[in-house]
Write a protein that binds this ligand. Structure first.
Ligand SMILES: [Zn+2]
Length: 308
């Protein structure tokens, strides 16, 4: 079995203002780091409007389309911008996760990594925020449930920021277990343990500033992995943000590249045990270019190891 890499050059045409951390160079570094790896390379399609309607209302989708500037930028909030190429990039990002679910569940590959931007886990039902336009991870979960007819899908979000958008989009979805770890306190401020979903199916794991790899491993081992085993997902979706890395400029956790590899390997082992190894991983944050490249490569190498 193989690991797929799903991406599209349109994701490099989502430009942000000079000095913005979520920049084109992030994806360039990621793609360069993945270049030597043995991956099945798949071109991301544009998401269909019907796909996006699983997580966003039609009015929101048309608002995003209409916000596309002919030149320069449209500013959506304090740190979320659209350039002329952003709408296509966002539709490619959403299309990538949909295609990833299709090929993993179809058996063409065992797991898949979506190298995309803009990221998605902060986008709420009707609110773009935190560099995110469409809720990619939640969309992947809904697509697996509603289109492919799965009964149980798990989403694991290890980005250093709380996946408030994914939480919003899956709040009342009993068929989806969401496990999200985040530095707290940190923007966007949500992600307390008592935010547990309409069916108790959301597990928030706040981590204090300075949390290193040993504490992260202990927290996942004690809290996340038993919940995954009890839930018995048929597919695991990963919101793979690499900004908990010790070199990241936007946050204060102290995970190493080896910690990301460990967490990925553990999730792959659980996927083997629970759901024939099926994993769809999608890129979220990570803002130190070298750390992002190294940690993403380590993450994808573990996916490859698990798929062979
Ligand atoms: Zn983040």
């Amino acid at each position: 079995m193989k690991t797929a890499l799903i991406t599209h050059a349109d994701c490099l045409n989502h430009v942000t203002p000079t000095g913005h951390p979520e920049r084109v160079a992030r994806l360039e570094h990621v793609l360069h780091a993945l270049e030597p790896l043995d991956l099945r390379r798949v071109t991301a399609p544009l998401a269909a409007e019907d796909d996006l309607l699983r997580v966003h209302p039609a009015g929101y989708i048309s608002d995003i389309r209409d916000a596309r500037p002919d030149e320069g930028f449209t500013q959506i909030d304090g740190d979320t911008f659209l350039s002329p190429g952003s709408v296509d990039a966002a539709f490619r990002a959403a299309g990538a996760v949909v295609r990833a679910v299709d090929i993993v569940l179809g058996g063409a590959v065992q797991n898949a990594f979506c190298a995309i931007r803009p990221p998605g886990h902060h986008a709420e039902r009707e609110t773009a925020m935190g560099f995110c336009l469409f809720g990619n991870a939640a969309l992947a979960a809904k697509h697996a449930l509603d289109h492919h007819g799965l009964s149980r899908v798990a989403v694991v979000d290890f980005d250093v920021h709380h996946g408030n958008g994914t939480q919003d989009l899956l709040w009342d979805e009993a068929r989806a277990l969401l496990i999200t770890s985040q530095q707290m306190p940190l923007w966007p401020g949500t992600g307390r343990p008592d935010e547990d979903g309409a069916h108790g199916q959301i597990l928030n794991i706040p981590l204090a500033p300075g949390t290193g790899g040993a504490e992260m491993r202990a927290a996942y081992t004690a809290q996340a992995f038993p919940r995954l085993r009890a839930f018995k997902p048929e597919l695991i979706i990963i919101s793979a943000g690499f900004d908990a890395h010790q070199d990241d400029p936007l946050a204060n956790l102290n995970w190493s590249t080896a910690d990301f590899a460990w967490l990925t390997a553990e999730l792959c082992t659980l996927a083997q045990e629970l759901c024939q190894g099926r994993i769809v991983s999608t890129l979220e944050g990570g803002y130190d270019l070298n750390a992002l490249a190294a940690a993403t490569r380590a993450h994808v190498q573990e996916l490859i190891k698990a798929a062979t």
